[in-house]
Design a protein around this ligand. Structure first.
Ligand SMILES: Cc1ncc(COP(=O)(O)O)c(C=O)c1O
Length: 454
């Protein structure tokens, strides 16, 4: 056996004690969210009907670090720290001089990075005396994560699952129910928002968010919980990048490029923001690459505007790249990436040229995922398959240039519940649904009437 290490491991004592808040390091003043009714800057008071104060404080915190409560770190111990792998077998198969590392979040109970924030959110809500959390789920990963986290802190959990995912992944529903959650197919007939969208039977994240927010807004004991996009969600995910920094130190490497897939931006921020802070503070020269689906190309084809986070228009308006809040993306298997907008901080970094975005078609991402599975063993979720496609392009570019670049990417979840998608790919029936420019233009025509952010 060679003594070349493949896994870089930390102990439970190395679980980060703080989350990293990138906002104070970002250049310029942050653009405020706007109240959806008045279109005036939204304050903490606008969020109290659906979020606990502990999370609102994290959302607007000016502190560069936020302490992780002990109770949350105790639950993190169930799967954190997660392993960092050197993808030696993939490197050999690609015949590349690049050194490829991946941080694997699929070891969590729900199988992805989502429990990093679900646990923190369930804790703050339980502390505030909330009885039930209500949410949406696209891929089923976020709903599973929140169902698990609610169990840990004695909360009820109600989930609106995007119709196309509900049909493709029945065992994600079983998983959520095993952790005690109740699950609706969205659009459902239990909310006004759902009934108003019955003509879109495949659903979308935007529609499911509207349904969950509606339920939470009507009941004092119920709060809403979001699995991406908001500052506090991205904050919670920074345990990923902090651990990766320590693990790469063990490996004696520094990344030249950090790659992640983007649905709303949380796993990307989780792995990248601790490295972005080093670029902003210390002039490190790391590059950052965000991978998204060509069928829902928010960062590469969207417009930079204030828009709602949901379809029906109940959430605050956020400055972001958007395809239009009521744009319904075609039903690709990467359900977690079917979102019309992205986190405002990430959109700001893309706009400033600090993060580069690339869009990939469904078949090419599955081709990359299968190649990864046949070398490294792990079957990736369809979402990080987009990051893997970007990694393979970078590895090829390194080979063409004859340079030994170091690539770090986030393998944010496994695809063990996504085998219907793999079946379709392997049997040659997987489609590459076209992104409709005309549908986007139509949806952009319905953007709220507020000035375009500078
Ligand atoms: C495995 C996986 N990866 C990525 C995403 C996309 O979300 P985000 O961009 O917030 O990481 C999801 C969302 O559901 C997911 O389940």
């Amino acid at each position: 056996m060679s003594d070349e290490p493949v896994k870089f491991l930390l102990t439970e004592r190395d679980i980060p004690t703080h989350w990293i808040n990138l906002l104070p390091d970002l250049p310029g003043e942050p653009l405020p969210p706007l109240n959806p009714a008045t279109k005036e800057p939204a304050g903490p008071g606008d969020l109290t009907p659906i979020f606990p104060m502990g999370l609102i404080q994290q959302e607007v915190s000016p502190e560069p670090e936020v302490e992780i409560p002990e109770e949350v770190r105790e639950v993190y111990k169930l799967w954190r720290p997660t392993p960092l792998y050197r993808a030696r077998r993939l490197e050999r198969a690609l015949d590349t001089p690049a050194r490829i590392y991946y941080k694997y979040e699929g070891v969590s109970p729900a199988g992805s990075h989502k429990p990093n924030t679900a646990v923190a959110q369930a804790y703050e809500n339980a502390k505030a005396g909330i009885r039930k959390l209500c949410t949406e789920t696209g891929a089923g990963q976020w709903g599973s994560a929140l169902a698990f986290a609610c169990q840990e802190f004695g909360l009820e959990c109600e989930v609106f699952m995007v119709g196309s995912s509900y049909d493709q992944k029945p065992y994600r529903r079983s998983m959520m129910e095993t952790w005690g959650a109740s699950v609706h197919r969205s659009p459902s007939d239990v909310t006004e928002a759902g009934r108003s969208q019955a003509s879109h039977p495949t659903g979308s994240l935007g529609i499911a968010i509207s349904e969950a927010v509606e339920i939470a807004a009507q009941d004092e004991g119920t709060n809403y919980s979001l699995g991406s996009v908001l500052n506090h969600v991205l904050l919670h995910q920074t345990v990923i990048g902090q651990e990766a920094i320590a693990q790469l130190e063990q490996a004696g490497d520094e990344p030249d490029v950090v790659i992640g897939c983007v649905g709303g931006g949380s796993n990307f921020a989780g792995i990248a923001y601790p490295f972005v802070r080093r670029v902003l503070r210390d002039g490190a020269r790391t590059r950052f690459l965000a991978a998204e689906p060509a069928a829902c190309p928010t960062l590469t084809r969207g417009v930079y505007r204030y828009d709602f986070g949901d379809t029906v228009g109940m959430t605050p308006l956020m400055p972001m790249f958007t395809l239009g809040h009521d744009f319904v993306p075609p039903p690709v298997h990467a359900g977690g990436l079917r979102y019309h907008g992205d986190a405002p901080s990430l959109c700001g970094l893309v706009k400033a040229g600090l993060v580069e975005a690339r869009a990939y078609k469904q078949n090419e991402t599955f081709e990359a995922a299968v190649r990864f599975a046949r070398t490294e063993g792990i079957i990736p979720a369809p979402e990080p398959a987009h990051a893997i496609k970007a990694v393979m392009d970078e590895a090829q570019a390194a080979k063409d240039a004859g340079d030994q670049r170091v690539i770090l990417f986030g393998l944010c979840g496994h695809g063990n519940f996504d085998l219907a998608a793999y079946d379709a790919y392997l049997s040659g029936t997987l489609e590459d649904p076209e992104f409709s420019e005309a549908d986007m233009e139509e949806a952009l025509g319905r953007l709220p009437d507020v000035p375009v952010p500078a």
